[in-house]
Design a protein around this ligand. Structure first.
Ligand SMILES: Cc1cc2nc3c(=O)[nH]c(=O)nc-3n(C[C@H](O)[C@H](O)[C@H](O)COP(=O)(O)O)c2cc1C
Length: 193
């Protein structure tokens, strides 16, 4: 299993950051984050997550009007903002990703199943991406406070991909963190039958 140090890095000491140091995030590091996150499991290996890493000033300015007011400053200050989306035609890749069965035929024409599968597995992959980023030393600031329709119009104009959540990435300024809020304990959240 992971060392205590590793568990601290990705869970116990990892926080949601809103203030960022000036340290840059390289494209190579973003590729390394994706290359870890992609290995997390999805149903039928469907892998519906699609990511736009918004890094340039011009791209950040395109994102700005879609952000809830409380999310503007931290997002504009973060070195990178990942738009975590999901591909509503993920099933077109299934002959390659799940060659053991005709999995494509389970989805074609079933819009409700497509949406449910893409959203569930795309959300899981977004969580894997957060854990991968932390494992590689990055800090994360996930956000759902934004205008999805506007982001989709601006960044995914062909309508195939839908945004799910945003995640600021960089090196957080730990001095600006609020106190950690509590979590539910095992007995409140879990049952063993
Ligand atoms: C999917 C998701 C959406 C979130 N949306 C927002 C948001 O729009 N704005 C914000 O300030 N924080 C947002 N948060 C941050 C959470 O409030 C934060 O992760 C949580 O309180 C835990 O904080 P901690 O990691 O520092 O313990 C979001 C977190 C997640 C996972």
């Amino acid at each position: 299993m992971l060392s205590d140090e590793g568990l601290d890095l990705i869970f116990r000491q990892a926080r949601t950051h809103s203030a960022w140091t000036a340290r840059a995030v390289s494209e190579v590091l973003l590729q390394a984050v994706y290359d870890l996150a992609k290995m997390g499991p999805t149903s039928a290996n469907c892998s519906p997550m699609r990511v736009v890493f918004v890094c340039s000033r011009a791209a950040k300015e395109k994102l700005r009007p879609a952000l809830d007011p409380g999310n503007v400053d931290k997002t504009m200050a973060a070195p990178v903002t990942a738009i975590i989306g999901y591909d509503t035609r993920f099933y077109e890749y299934l002959p390659r990703l799940f060659p053991h069965a005709d999995a494509q035929s389970w989805f074609v024409g079933n819009e409700a199943l497509i949406e449910e599968t893409a959203f569930r597995n795309g959300s899981l992959q977004g969580a894997y991406l957060i854990i991968a980023a932390r494992a590689l030393g990055l800090d994360c600031g996930p956000m759902s406070g934004f205008d999805k329709k506007m982001v989709d119009r601006i960044f995914f104009p062909d309508g195939r991909i839908r945004s799910n959540f945003l995640c600021n990435l960089g090196y957080g300024d730990a001095n600006k963190l609020p106190p950690r809020a509590p979590r539910l304990n095992f007995d409140e959240a879990c049952r063993i039958l």
